[in-house]
Design a protein around this ligand. Structure first.
Ligand code: SAM
Ligand code: GLN
Length: 286
């Protein structure tokens, strides 16, 4: 089958025909995602205007997308963007694709904010967390750290595209003592790598083959390595009554709470995500 013309309805038929190995729901989602990302066409627009013509280069992008989807490339990398807490975030291989459960962590931070002036995000990736916070709370000063040069480049690009002022710097939390801090923070937030290597065997190919390992995995014999470093760093770099917000692996809630208690944090709260899985922790300096 060939695409007979450049009408969006014809492209849609070809797209569905070519991706028969996926479920109808999946293909529907992929097609809507790309139409939204590339053509700014919603599902309703597509139904109302089936005869809209797309350009030759847009058509080519859909044809390449079909090839990439067959190779399990994530739709967000294909589209070159995703949506996170009301902002559009540019993504490509080299940064983690922001997840919906991380929006819940952002919601928690924002709803608690009263007098905070300085917020730091550790392991910022695309910059989605501080950019989403800045977009809601314009008066707060936000900083994002990541060890990955690629991530910092992409995060800075996102700040530019969104016209939001956030400072992004290269920083290795596992060697935090080598990086002297100028400011103290009222809130520190982090979604660090937390998947033990042994979880690899149950992970989807689209994550495993395309997303950065540096963003995902921790050694089986030390799964809390990032939480311990963040807890020690924050003890020194949080202001009095400062707060720490962490996204966690669903199986390690109790261990992270226990470690934070030992290090000296108080008012520790463990929350579940919308899927009912232990997913985030808040702790305070007491
Ligand atoms: N905050 C982003 C989000 O929620 O989509 C990305 C989170 S991703 C799970 C973890 C991030 O931590 C990655 O961007 C990775 O590059 C970064 N990272 C890994 N090791 C690090 C280190 N030693 N110091 C600082 N950041 C690190
Ligand atoms: N929640 C992400 C996933 O399941 C992992 C994020 C992380 O390691 N912090 O792929």
């Amino acid at each position: 089958m060939k695409v007979p013309d450049n009408k969006i309805s014809s492209v849609k038929s070809y797209f569905f025909e070519s991706l028969k190995s996926f479920s109808l729901d999946e293909v529907n989602n992929y097609f809507s995602f790309l139409c939204d990302a590339w053509l700014d066409l919603s599902k309703a627009d597509l139904l109302l205007n089936p005869d809209v013509e797309i350009s030759e280069s847009e058509l080519l992008k859909f044809l390449y997308a079909i090839k990439d989807l067959k190779k399990n490339r994530p739709i967000q990398y294909i589209a070159g963007k995703t949506w996170f807490y009301g902002i559009e975030v540019y993504v490509k291989e080299g940064v983690l694709i922001p997840r919906p459960e991380t929006e819940e962590l952002v919601q928690w931070v924002i709803s608690d904010c009263k007098y905070e002036k300085q917020i730091l995000d550790i392991g910022t990736g695309s910059g989605c967390i501080p950019l989403a916070i800045k977009n809601s709370l314009r008066d707060i000063h936000l900083t994002g750290y990541d060890v990955s040069k690629d991530a910092i480049e992409i995060a800075r690009k996102n700040a530019g595209l969104l016209n939001l002022e956030v400072n992004f710097n290269e920083f290795d939390i596992l060697n935090w003592r080598l990086f002297p801090q100028e400011n103290k923070f009222d809130t520190i937030v982090s979604n660090p790598p937390y998947i033990p290597e042994f979880d690899k065997k149950i992970m989807h190919k689209n994550v495993l083959n395309y997303e950065p390992k540096l963003a995902l995995f921790v050694p089986d014999n030390d799964p809390l390595v990032f939480y311990k470093a963040i807890a020690d760093f924050s003890l020194i770099n949080l202001n009095e009554q400062g707060k720490l917000y962490l996204e966690i692996h669903e199986s390690y809630g109790r261990e992270v709470v226990q470690m934070l208690t030992q290090v000296g944090y108080g008012n520790i709260e463990l929350r579940k995500d919308l899927q009912g899985k232990d997913r985030m922790i808040k702790a305070s300096l007491i």
